[in-house]
Design a protein around this ligand. Structure first.
Ligand SMILES: [Zn+2]
Length: 216
């Protein structure tokens, strides 16, 4: 999953409005934020195999450190600790951040073909929605805009700009699904990392500094 993850970021604002959206944007993609540099370093591995699934060409055959269930739990726990201690967020806020991190694995589980190990590099799972293009795209859109709708109900400002941003993200998702495959594993990782950073920066600009919605 790609842009659908951000629906969780928006929805999480209902859980604790004190957590900035950009933090939640990083949290829901934290596993991929770790995955991209590890692919660039050759530690985790992906092969570009055109036609590998009906929506993308990614044979994600080795990613034990970022996308195993055990790793996802550990990354979520680390995110809790960092947000609780370094960012001095409250317990609820840190729990929301940790849940956002873990949501990545659950949503990936729905769309990935069986490439997500339960632990290490074994017992791989994935429900394979990537092989049903219409359903996969619908889920990305429903997750993104469903989450955004919940966020709007918290009384968030700049809804029009945020909705436009969502449409741009969805357009990028369409390109990822139906455009040409990435040139290489490294270009895929580099482009993905750049997209995650840009999305987090854009949402930081849209939300503004410390715009805390009133408690819902
Ligand atoms: Zn992922």
């Amino acid at each position: 999953m790609f842009v659908g993850h951000y629906g969780v970021s928006f929805a999480a604002k209902k859980g604790d409005a004190s957590v900035p959206l950009w933090v939640l944007f990083v949290a829901v993609q934290l596993l991929d934020f770790a995955w991209a540099p590890l692919v660039l370093l050759g530690v985790e591995k992906v092969r570009i195999v055109p036609g590998f699934t009906r929506t993308n060409a990614l044979d994600l055959y080795y990613m034990p450190y970022t996308h195993s269930l055990v790793a996802a739990v550990l990354w979520s726990a680390a995110a809790f600790a960092v947000y609780r201690l370094a960012a001095r967020g409250g317990n609820t806020a840190a729990l929301v951040v940790a849940a956002a991190v873990f949501s990545h694995w659950l949503l990936d589980l729905v769309v990935h073909v069986p490439d997500l190990p339960l632990y290490d590099d074994t017992a791989k799972v994935g429900l394979g929605l990537w092989n049903r293009p219409a359903a996969a795209l619908s889920l990305e859109a429903a997750a993104l805009f469903g989450g955004m709708w919940l966020y709007f109900r918290t009384g968030a400002a700049r809804r029009l700009a945020m909705a436009a941003f969502g449409i741009v993200m969805l357009a990028i998702q369409v390109y990822v699904f139906f455009g040409p495959p990435p040139a290489s594993d490294k270009s895929l990782a580099g482009t993905a990392l750049a997209a995650y950073v840009v999305f987090a920066v854009v949402v930081r600009l849209l939300e503004g500094p410390r715009r805390n919605a009133p408690a819902a």
